[in-house]
Ligand binder design. Sequence first.
Ligand code: PEP
Ligand code: MG
Length: 576
Amino acid sequence: MKTYQGIGASAGYAIGSAFFYSTALPVIERKQSNFPQGEIARLTKSVEEVDHNLQQLEITTAAKIGEAEAEVFGAHRMFLSDPSFITEIQNAIKTNSITAECAVLEVGNNLKAAFEAMEDDYFRARAADIVDVSTQIIRNLLGINITGLDSFTSPVVVVADELNPSDTARMEPQNILGFITRKGGKASHAAILARSLGIPAVVGAGDDVLLITTDTPLLLDGAEGCVIADADETIVAEFLAKKRKFDQAMEASKTTAHQPAITLDGVRVEIVGNIGSNSDAERVIEYGGEGVGLLRTEFLFLDRKTPPTEAEQLAVYQQISNSLLGKPLIIRTLDIGGDKPLPYINLPLEDNPFLGVRGLRLCLQQQDIFIPQLRAILQASATCDVKIMFPMVTTLGEILQARQIVRQTSEQLTAEGKAVGSPSLGIMVEVPAAAVASDLLAREVDFFSIGTNDLTQYTLAADRGNPGVQHIADHFHPAVLRLIQLTINNAHRHGKGVGICGELAGELLAAPLLLGMHLDEFSMGSMAIPAIKNEIRQWSVPQAEAIVEQALNQPDAESVRAFLASHIKTKQDQPR
Ligand code: PEP
Ligand code: MG
């Protein structure tokens, strides 16, 4: 029996067999081979098999998603029949007397470098394709099968080094009981997604995680952040009892979820959900959400080879609005960059991507991505209750520029005879500069939504995905709470509404504090909705106001938590 301790990222209990998920190639050492003909035969067989797999993928993708998305597999197949690629690998095997996998790696790397050095964007983008194809051949040569997170046929507990947003976008929750990763923090996107899907998760559990092998029996406690491998019968029995209790509490919490969150003195607070897909939207309704305060549209752009077209985006936004039964939907424009790269967007390599061309900054620079998205949202707004929200806003100038692009896009659509609405325009307040100068920004927008995940990492200078600084990156730190208070006050002074769509809004401990600060809208992963509504129902606004000053004057995050824990009115072991 062995215990792995990490950061509790998503509450809940999972019991099942491990599946070690890895997309990385093992280190390939330069190995000599004195039998070039044998290596060439291995290569030929592998290339044929990879070509066959790609052909299958091309056919199924064309049928399931569309011809345009399937094209990339055709392009990859062309490399497999390109003499400058395959003949060169064969020559490397013969000339250097090396194994087929070494030759593929070397030729692939050389071609990648050659493509990257080209002026033309199109050819530069081929570098990623050559890496992709080479990797597929090497995997085939080494007999490594890659199972995607969407392809499990029986439930497993996923063990991984790290899950990036495109991995998590592919998760099929019915077959993923939970996951544990070596890297990652509580506010990393894998953790956020796990909470919204109700998948128990542990992140940042350290190097030992990589020693867990597929099929090892695991018990995972997502609240405590611990995983036990090869547990004995007594521990399994105790664990099962806790899991049963948690699952029952989860079901019970749904019974009052559909009633509004009205305080003891009759103030109704808006409780909405954060989503990244249509199935998330359905879950928001199931858990009593009154709309959506954050649609992370980047999830529609990840895990594909080309961006979704205007028509595809329009269809998705309309479908989500339907799933929400017409309730309000805040669509955040693409927030790419930082920890969410896109393979088909030409992003320069940045030393500090979280401080780089991210969110609205990228959209203003690459308007060929921004404008089709705005066109889709504006058309959706003709019939659906949608608002537009810009991420990562830092300066007033960015807001003015974004607003002007929205206005021009709307005029263009009208000139084309297309129906458009006039959606409200809001911004995320997630950069400290935007919070500090929120009085200036409030004049130019219709609403604010505070992104406490980024606001915390930027205020405290602690990477949200780095387990080494998780003790610093705490959204209960008084510095973060004071910026929230300032932002709410400034918004209200200008008659503007303000929400929080960062993870703090779904924290039970924070509910009375945020109520006391007069937050208008709480937006969170759907599973948190019932408990937050329930806590708010136990308070009057004056009671909540009375705890704000003391909370903001605590010396650190830990004392804020302790202070709030002593005031909370519902049970803290409720599902979050
Ligand atoms: C945030 O930063 O708080 C937020 C909601 O946005 P994201 O987590 O997608 O960066
Ligand atoms: Mg953010």
